[in-house]
Design a protein around this ligand. Structure first.
Ligand code: SF4
Length: 958
């Protein structure tokens, strides 16, 4: 066994500390040795899996006494962003508690590495103010008074109310609104078992813009860049510090760069990502598409495009026939015509629009052309989420992938679904026979997800009401724009009957709930994860680690809340129990969807649910058997499994003879149809799957856009944003505000219960370029009034050269709050505020910033930071893009030095003006129906897809 020599030399500080008795005597006598706890060669970066059930290591806090601790290491996955990196929970065998979290080396996405938010899960678990028991409001909604109730009380009350609504056919009054999903299909199955069209999400404040841009090209709504194998990477995002999928992508971007790839970043802010790039292009927000199309023009003009890919996989024949009738349908004519289409997108024009260097545009275009099939790209939130027409940025970016033939290639950019596992369920309830216009209103037929941020406005307009409303790990009052409108409707019991906040931590929305029910953190819940982090496909298992520890120790329990801290539960089991009680007699047809596939007629349990899925993952049963494990045991032990190492070029997958039997091939388009559905396409003499679009190809030309009344967008173009320079009156102090950037160590709404994270980041000043600050007479730390269309917020400025002149930015992560009546919750990161209703709106003032407080955690007395930042999102009006439905986050703001009466953190909002803004943007829409009387193109995906007849505004069976 090897030995480590202790460093014999003492520092002066150590000597003094010893002498005054602050630390024990360290160096008495001869040099000591510290034995290693494992054999040499065995301990590398991670404890070996064979030792995970009995792992001993030195106790960091007992360093002077050589104390050791014995652990059980149990894998789970992080829940602090969408990446779901692999965690290893260290469960102390003496105390039975989780001691810390480190990386799981078997996780294929994160490969043992974590960002700061992963290990900080331990803060959330041990937060002295976390919600440990189900709570019911006492007094008026929003009053801040709660009583502890039992899970039985909660389940019976909600189930009774839902049963009544379902019996009375008020299905559209039940809604489940999710912030962080983090699982694969679980809830969709439950909602369809209830028969409701009740799924609502946060997606339209997050990613719908980019999703629409990708979808209109090839029927897939997200990219999966293969950064590690790329030659050139173009990011319109900040993936080295945040974004989908931050840590897994960041490590692969660096891996690619270490192998020689170059990186270009478009961002008006010198982000950490931009600072690492070869080309930082600080584009004026919303002009990115102009730059991308100028690059496309260069690639076309200079013949750097991939002719074979374009000829085979772009619907150019359709384009020529539709846009240039009479022109001979040959590929050369296509190239000639599209060169004409983009003739005005010169590098000079784009450089002027974006305020960047012409040479950069030309140089990056050449780099892209040279990278060819090894060109990886990503846009996430950022431009696509900030601008009117932001979806056109993703569309223009993907155009470059199409031109270079880097769609689905090694080192290129695949559709995300190619790198994502889809579970097979034990039971598939039928699609619901309802269409809920509170979620998918007719004005937004192409909206990629639910118009979730307009829910308050729809409720105010009396388009419907909610009888049972679940908010699940979701905090719209704070995260969404126009939070005061949310407060108004959530406070009104005629609009929202019963509000159940399912959350692991207190949040501003939970203050306005009837029940606050504690749901598990990363180590306290079951979920399946699979994300497009690279060119392969994997599945990971989030599991309640104390449950697994209890199982290994042979303890008896039924539900996860029996072994979790307090009575913290998990959604999976909660939904099974609730569904069972809603259908207490089995007469609603719900119970039959929760019957065990292994025990006839009995209610399924959570082990069986996952057992069924894991037994059907290709290769997992064999791999598990080789270790003498069942698939469920394998996943409980390792927490992850690699399904496919590489998943490239799936569009070339040949259609089997069986599937082809009885099919027909369209002689003009090559599209192969069977049983009324398109199943593939004939390309280059091969019958292959292609892409899920009407042409089964990449749709440079979109008949769908024409059919849905947007002919001006039938091909990729640049759309001027609502914050375009043309709309700014600089003489009056107008600026575009970029409010979307993330801080690497914070989570949207779930880091205020983490002491480490809030210690690192706790303020969100307005970033302003030196020249702008000088012009306004401001210095770092000076206060500024940021006027939006519906109100204002008072923040401090941070003067920096790292911001594009003429543009300001502010991170949305800070400014968490609680009111005086909310006695506890998130005190590591919340300001105490006073909220007053005034004649013309709502005023929020900060009573106090963050303060030390006494609790079971001595660190809470040591809080030294006092600034909790400013809540900017609540001062933003809704800006629904008329096509993608995305909330366009960027704001035109008018800046002025703070007035004498202004105090830091002051907020004012006029919710009447919010409604006016909503109506203004509504005017831009071109409502359904589309061709054939449908509400939405049938080939578009729809979250929780209803049965097909519901797509017709006048359903055929009505
Ligand atoms: S990137 Fe960080 S926060 Fe996100 S899942 Fe990984 S460790 Fe957790």
């Amino acid at each position: 066994m090897a030995e480590l020599k202790r460093r014999p030399k003492q520092t002066i500080v150590e000597k003094i500390a010893e002498r005054v008795g602050i630390i024990p005597k360290l160096y008495n006598g001869p040099v000591e040795t510290l034995p290693r706890l494992t054999d040499e060669g065995k301990l590398e970066k991670f404890p070996p899996a064979e030792d995970w059930d009995d792992w001993t290591e030195y106790e960091p806090k007992g360093w002077a006494t050589r104390e050791t601790k014995n652990y059980r290491l149990i894998p789970t996955t992080c829940f602090n962003c969408e990446s779901a990196c692999g965690l290893l929970a260290y469960v102390d065998k003496d105390s039975g508690e989780v001691r810390k979290f480190e990386g799981n080396p078997y996780h294929l996405g994160s490969r043992g590495r974590l960002c700061a938010k992963g290990p900080a899960t331990i803060n959330q678990v041990n937060d002295p103010e976390r919600i440990l028991y189900p709570l019911k409001r006492v007094g008026k909604r929003g009053e801040g008074k709660w009583e502890r109730v039992s899970w039985d009380d909660v389940l019976d009350d909600i189930a009774g109310r839902m049963r009544k609504a379902l019996k009375e056919k008020r299905h559209n009054e039940i809604a489940y609104h999710v912030g962080r999903p983090g699982h694969e299909g679980y809830m969709n199955r439950v909602l369809q078992a209830w028969g409701v069209d009740g799924h609502n999400s946060h997606t339209n404040i997050c990613s719908s813009g980019a999703r629409f841009g990708y979808n209109i090209w090839h029927g897939y709504d997200r990219p999966s860049p293969d950064h590690a194998n790329a030659k050139f990477i173009l990011l319109i995002s900040a993936h080295l510090e945040s974004g989908h999928y931050f840590n897994p992508h960041a490590q692969r971007i660096i891996e690619g760069m270490m192998k020689g790839a170059k990186l270009a970043v478009m961002d008006p802010r010198l982000s950490n990502t931009a600072s690492m790039s070869n080309y930082w292009m600080p584009t004026y927000p919303g002009t990115e598409a102009a730059v991308l199309l100028a690059m496309a023009k260069i690639i076309l003009d200079e013949g750097m495009y991939n002719r074979k890919y374009m000829e085979n996989w772009v619907n150019w024949e359709e384009y020529l026939s539709a846009r240039h009738p009479g022109t001979e349908v040959i590929f050369e004519n296509f190239i000639e015509k599209i060169r004409e289409e983009y003739k005005d997108y010169t590098p000079e024009y784009a450089a002027k629009e974006a305020g960047i260097k012409v040479e950069h545009i030309i140089e990056v275009a050449h780099e892209i052309g040279r990278a060819g099939e090894r060109f990886a790209t990503h846009t996430w939130r950022s431009a696509a989420a900030g601008n009117l027409g932001g979806w056109a940025v993703a569309r223009a970016l993907h155009f470059l992938n199409v031109l270079t033939g880097s769609v689905g290639t090694e080192g290129g950019t695949s559709p995300n679904s190619w790198n994502k596992f889809k579970p097979e369920f034990f039971d598939n309830p039928p699609a619901q026979k309802f269409w809920n216009e509170l979620h998918f209103p007719n004005e937004y037929p192409l909206a990629f997800f639910e118009m979730s941020f307009l829910l308050p406005h729809f409720l105010k307009e009396k388009r419907g009401k909610l009888d049972v409303y679940f908010t699940r790990v979701f905090n719209p009052v704070w995260t969404f724009p126009d939070g005061f409108s949310w407060i108004e409707v959530l406070s009104d019991e005629d609009k929202v009957g019963l509000h159940i906040a399912m959350t692991p931590t207190w949040n501003e929305t939970a203050f306005y709930a009837d029940y606050v029910i504690p749901m598990g953190l990363a180590s306290e819940r079951h979920d399946i994860n699979s994300y497009a982090t690279h060119g392969g496909t994997w599945v990971a298992f989030r599991q309640p680690v104390l449950r697994e520890a209890a199982r290994q120790e042979g303890k008896d329990f039924e539900f996860t809340y029996e072994v979790n801290p307090g009575e913290v539960w998990e959604e999976d089991e909660f939904w099974i129990e609730l569904s069972w009680r809603i259908d207490k007699d089995g007469d609603l047809g719900i119970r039959k969807h929760f019957i065990s596939p292994y025990r006839e007629g009995e209610k399924i349990n959570i082990d069986e649910y996952y057992q069924y899925i894991f037994e059907r993952i290709p290769g997992l049963p064999e791999k598990s058997a080789a270790e003498g494990l069942t698939p469920l045991q394998f996943m409980r032990k390792y927490g992850a499994y690699e399904i496919e190492k590489y998943s490239y070029n799936k569009h070339l997958k040949k259609i089997s003879d069986d599937r082809l039997a009885g099919s027909e091939t369209d002689p003009q388009t090559g599209v192969i149809r069977k049983d009324g559905k398109d199943i593939g396409v004939l390309v280059d003499g091969q019958k292959v799957e292609g892409f899920p679009t009407p042409s089964r190809k990449q749709e440079f030309f979109s008949q769908t856009m024409i059919d849905w009344k947007w002919p001006e967008y039938s091909i990729p173009v640049y759309i001027k944003s609502h914050i375009h320079e043309d709309n700014m009156d600089r003489s009056k102090g107008d600026f575009p505000l970029v409010p979307t950037f993330r801080l690497p160590v914070l989570i949207h709404s779930r880091s205020a219960n983490s002491k480490w994270l809030t210690e690192i980041a706790n303020r969100n000043p307005v970033w302003m370029h030196t020249s702008d600050a000088q012009a306004m007479g401001l210095e770092t730390g000076d206060m500024v009034r940021v006027n939006t269309a519906i109100g204002y917020f008072i923040d401090k400025v941070w003067v920096t050269e790292g911001m594009k002149p003429g543009v300001v930015a502010c991170s949305h992560h800070l400014g968490r709050w609680r009111r005086p009546q909310d006695k506890i919750g998130n005190r590591w990161g919340t300001n105490t505020v006073q909220i007053d209703k005034t004649n013309s709106g709502w005023k929020m003032t900060t009573i106090s910033g963050i303060r030390p407080y006494k609790s079971d955690d001595p660190d809470s007395s040591r809080i030294f930071w006092s600034d909790g930042g400013v809540h900017q999102n609540i001062t933003f009006p809704v800006h629904p893009d008329p096509i993608s439905g995305m909330h366009c986050w960027h704001q035109k703001v008018r800046l002025e030095p703070a007035r004498p009466e202004d105090k830091y953190g002051d907020i004012f909002v006029d919710t009447e003006k919010s409604m006016e803004q909503y109506r203004e943007w509504l005017k831009m829409t071109r409502p359904a129906p589309g061709p054939g009387g449908v509400r939405r193109p049938l080939w578009f995906k729809r979250a929780l897809r209803p049965s097909e007849e519901m797509f017709y505004m006048d359903p055929p069976n009505n």
